[in-house]
Design a protein around this ligand. Sequence first.
Ligand SMILES: [Zn+2]
Length: 389
Amino acid sequence: MIGLGLVTLWFALLLGWGWRLRGALRALWCEPCLSRPVLIFESDDWAPAPPTQQAALNRLIDTLAAFRDAVDHPPVMTLGLVLSAPVQQAGQLQIRQFDEPAAEPLRAVIQRGIDAGLFSPQLHGAAHYWPAAFADWLAGDSAAGQWRGDAANLRTETLPSALQSRWWNPRLDPPAAPAAAEAEAAAEAEATLFQRCFGEPPRVAVPPTFLWQEAVETGWRRGGVRHVVTPGRRWQARDATGRLRDAGVVLHNGQRSRQGLGYLVRECYFEPERGHTAEDGLRALTQQSRLARPTLLEIHRSNFIGDSALCERALQELQWLLEQALRHHGELRFLSTLELAERIDRNDADWMLHQPLQRLKFFVRRGAIEPGLSRWFQLSGLLLLAGRG
Ligand SMILES: [Zn+2]
C-alpha cells in the first residue's frame, strides 16, 4: 500500500512539475524532426572590404564545387553579408558600401557562387556596429587611433566586442539598445539596401553577435526578411561589463517570433582558426542528426582571409569534413538555410518525420539535453523510450 502511495505521489509531482513546464515542453514538441542529416556552412562577416576576400571566395567556390550529395546537390555556404566596411582612402577613414563600383569585383565573385548554387546570401547588417556608437568610439577612444592606423588590417572583427553588436550602443551612459523606432527604421533600411546591392530582398537575417530586439524584427519583416538565424536564444542586451544577456527563452527551429519571423538554430562551431578540425565538424553532424536536427556550422570569413597558412588549413579541414561527412552519412543532404526554412514552413513530407511515435523518440532525446527540461525528462523515465541509436 505504501509503495503504491509513493508511486502515485511521484506521478502526481511529475505531472504538476510538467504542467509548470508546459510552455517549454510544447515548444520542444513542435520543433520539426528531420528525416535525414542536413549540413549547412554558415559564414558571417563578408563585407565590401578588404579586397583579399575575392581570392578567398574563389577558393571556397573551388572547394565546395568538388562535392555533391546523393541527389547531386552541392554543399552550400551561406554568406552573412555586412553591407558596408571602413576603408582607408587617401589617408582618410571612409565607409565603402557593397553597391559602390569599388566593390564590384567582390559582388561578381559572390554572384558567381550564388549562380553555381554554392553560396546563399544572408543579411548580417548594414554595418557590424551601430553607426553612432562607432563614430563616437572613433572620436573618443584612445584604442581607436591604433585601430584606424593599421590600414591593411581594418576589420570589424578587431573592434571591441560590445561595439560589434549592431543593435547595441556601448557608448551611451549607461550602454543601451537604440530607441525602438530608430532600430525599426534602420532594420527596414538595411533590408532595402541589401536588395539594392544584390538584386533581391534578404529572406534570412543573422544579427551580429546575436543581439537584437523585437523592433529590429519589425523593420526586417517590412524589408522582406522571413527567417532569423539564432544561437537558440536571443541576446537582447549587455550588462555593465559588456556580457551578453538573453531573453530567458529557448528558441527552436521553426519557432515563430511575435512578428511572424521563423527562427533557425545555429549552435555548432567549425572554426579551424580556433583549432576546430574535420573530426569536430563530423562529430557535430552525427550528434545533431541523432537529434533529427539540421547541422548549421558557424565558420566565419576570418578563417579564410588572414594568415595564408591558416587559410590553407581552413580550406583543407573544410574539404576533409565534406569527404568524411559524405562517407559516414549516406543520406546526407546539402541545401541552403533559406531552403531548409522553407521546407520547415511547409512541413515538407519528404524531409520531416510526422509519426508521433517517431517524433516522441527525438522529443525525449532533445529534452534530455535541454537546460531547464533535462531533470524532468530524467526523472520521468521517458528516457527509456529514446533508445541508444
Ligand atoms: Zn559577425
